[in-house]
Design a protein around this ligand. Sequence first.
Ligand code: NAD
Length: 353
Amino acid sequence: MTRNFTYQGSSARIIFGNGASMQTAEHVEALNCRRALVLSTPRQAKDAEALAERLGALCVGTFSGATMHTPVEVTERAVAEAAKFRADCVVSLGGGSTTGLGKAIAYRTDIAQVVIPTTYAGSEVTPILGQTEGGAKTTLRSPKVLPELVIYDPELTLGLPVGISVTSGLNAIAHAAEGLYAEDRNPITSMMATEGMRTLKEALPVIVVSRRDADARAKALYGAWLCGTVLGQVAMALHHKICHTLGGSFDTPHAETHAIMLPHTIGFNAAAVPDLLRPVADIFGGSPGQAFYDFAKTIGAPQALKDFGLKESDLDRAAEIATKSPYPNPRPFDRASIRSLLQSAWQGDRPPH
Ligand code: NAD
């Protein structure tokens, strides 16, 4: 029987196509903006400069200091630059870190955002902003944070290293998998989640052997958009909560943490909602947790938290933080069950479900 549901589409405009970023100037003008500040990480500074050049008189400057987890001190420097240049929009070129900085600026100044994503993180289509200050990570949702325009240009992802492609792709799949059992899911988000996982399942193994395969890159970016949209529209649960805890309190890297935790958290929840996770079993084959573990192994993803600076002695505190405040999850859990799940992920074990 069809469940009752509420559906709210996103107001973000999406442009998808090879070479689409070449028209960024027209899109900036169409937003009635004339003074763009281009954002990137230090690693993508050259690409940001090239984009700034293409924008010509529409660009007032670049800021290439974006970094993981959106530290407030970096945002404050970028906001000062935006004010100095009297920027009326940001153009964020890069992965979730750069998108996060653009969102943080927009949250404080309400200027428009154009995002040109170059990873599969999905942040560009969510109204969610995570920020860190004094070692603590907080998350907020606000319509101010949702970018006005997203330009997906698969050509820009051809150079994304295989390792980041794999972990970032699994990060996207995690949004979809948790979307399948979200309390506020609806038929559209479930459809997008299923299609997003299917395309990434097809694309990632091709990218691993042929990094610049244009078809696979386009498929993966399309899948990332679908999965990110799911993240933006429904509430996440145990998986995202644990990854947030590990990244925010123990500084584990974002995409790798998602990639490692995915088989364990989804395997844990599969015991409670096997029917809702049926698309995972159908697409990846086998029980959801084990299917994700085997797929991740095939594409060379990292599988153990111990390889990312987390100490075994940190696991008690991680379990405590992740279970401190209650939130909806399809399977009830307590500190002991999460501690044991973290132990398996720390060791890199194949989950039991
Ligand atoms: P990232 O943005 O930190 O990118 C990783 C590295 O890859 C960076 O050095 C970046 O410059 C480089 N890179 C990106 N694209 C490249 C390309 N095409 N070629 C070469 N190098 C490239 O990593 P990420 O995983 O995309 O994003 C992680 C961040 O995003 C975290 O801070 C996370 O919290 C946030 N995030 C937020 C949301 C949300 O909805 N708020 C969703 C997902 C992720």
